[in-house]
Design a protein around this ligand. Structure first.
Ligand code: GLU
Length: 305
């Protein structure tokens, strides 16, 4: 594994010492119960080499990182028609913003802000018999990881406090871009966000975005090369809310973050790397996660640019 091991160890030890100016997300009360000092990194290469450091095996709430998985399944199920329901433009707005929807007549800017992911969940509800079970088994089958699961606690906690998401879903429904019952859509959305995975599991599950020849153990492909290209492109331009430009500028890899403090980043044809550190910067991205990845692509001189 090149010299990744030594480089990751050095950066990890360096970033560990940095004073963390971030704050753990607490607008979903259950997320505030995490130990804020957790810090883990895991890299998996397309050749199957892996390296971990820190809290890389502890499961955490992946939150918006799950938006890649819901989009992947919806894209598989309805193909290019998905883009009639959700756009592929950066929003330049916070992840839970209602602002642009009025002007855009209920078509969310992209699938990685809450509005877009809620529409993607609506598509999945129309397409799947048992959305929660079917989505979970889709995720489990990517890496044959039967231990993947939702957290009822986190999903319920978000349900009790998710007023903005409830507003978003109703607002989009008023434009006709939500086809199913809003409570069903929201319940499914909250569950998808509550998925729990470790850095190691995340790096393994998203290898299909790095490896054109990726097949699961049933010899099934997850996405075609061109579909994976599109999802990577949206990650690069929209994966970090209104800080997507900053992430591309500092790190130079397609990626996606979640308010649980996880970030996954893809180097196409090379690897998937995951960092988890729960304290978030004001834009909702892991403070140390971004710092780690910036140093990683700078020190290895290996980004997509
Ligand atoms: N479940 C969170 C919400 O909808 C996800 C936010 C995120 O991770 O960006 O507010």
């Amino acid at each position: 594994m090149k010299n990744y091991k030594k480089i990751i160890e050095d950066i990890y030890n360096d970033v560990k010492q940095v004073d963390d100016i971030g704050k753990v997300a607490n607008y979903i009360p259950e997320l505030a119960n995490v130990n804020e000092n957790n810090f883990g990194v895991h890299i998996t290469t397309i050749n199957g080499e892996e390296f971990s450091i820190g809290d890389a095996d502890k499961k955490f709430s992946i939150q918006s990182v799950s938006k890649i998985l819901t989009l992947t399944l919806a894209y598989k199920l309805i193909g290019e028609k998905i883009w009639n329901r959700v756009d592929v433009e950066p929003s330049g707005n916070p992840f839970n913003s209602l602002l642009q929807l009025e002007a855009d007549l209920g078509k969310p800017r992209n699938p990685f802000i809450n509005a877009g992911a809620i529409v993607v969940c609506d598509v999945l509800i129309s397409e799947l018999k048992n959305p929660k079970e079917d989505f979970l088994s889709f995720c489990r089958n990517i890496t044959n990881n039967q231990s993947l699961n939702y957290s009822d606690k986190v999903a319920q906690s978000e349900k009790n406090t998710g007023f903005r998401n409830i507003a978003l879903c109703n607002f989009i429904k008023s434009f006709g871009n939500i086809k199913n019952d809003v409570n069903r859509v929201l319940d499914f959305y909250f569950y998808t966000c509550s998925l729990e995975m470790s850095c190691k599991e995340l790096s393994e599950i998203f290898l299909y975005l790095a490896d054109d020849n990726y097949k699961n153990d049933k010899e099934e492909t997850i996405l075609s090369t061109s579909e994976a290209k599109r999802i990577n492109a949206i990650m690069l331009t929209c994966g970090f809310y209104d800080e997507s430009g900053e992430f591309a500028f500092r790190v130079g890899l397609p990626g996606k973050s979640g308010v649980g403090g996880g970030i996954i980043a893809i180097h196409p044809d090379e690897f998937c790397i995951t960092v988890w550190s729960p304290k978030l910067n004001p834009k909702g991205n892991s403070y140390k996660g971004m710092l780690f990845l910036e140093k990683f692509t700078s020190n290895t001189e290996n980004s997509i640019f």
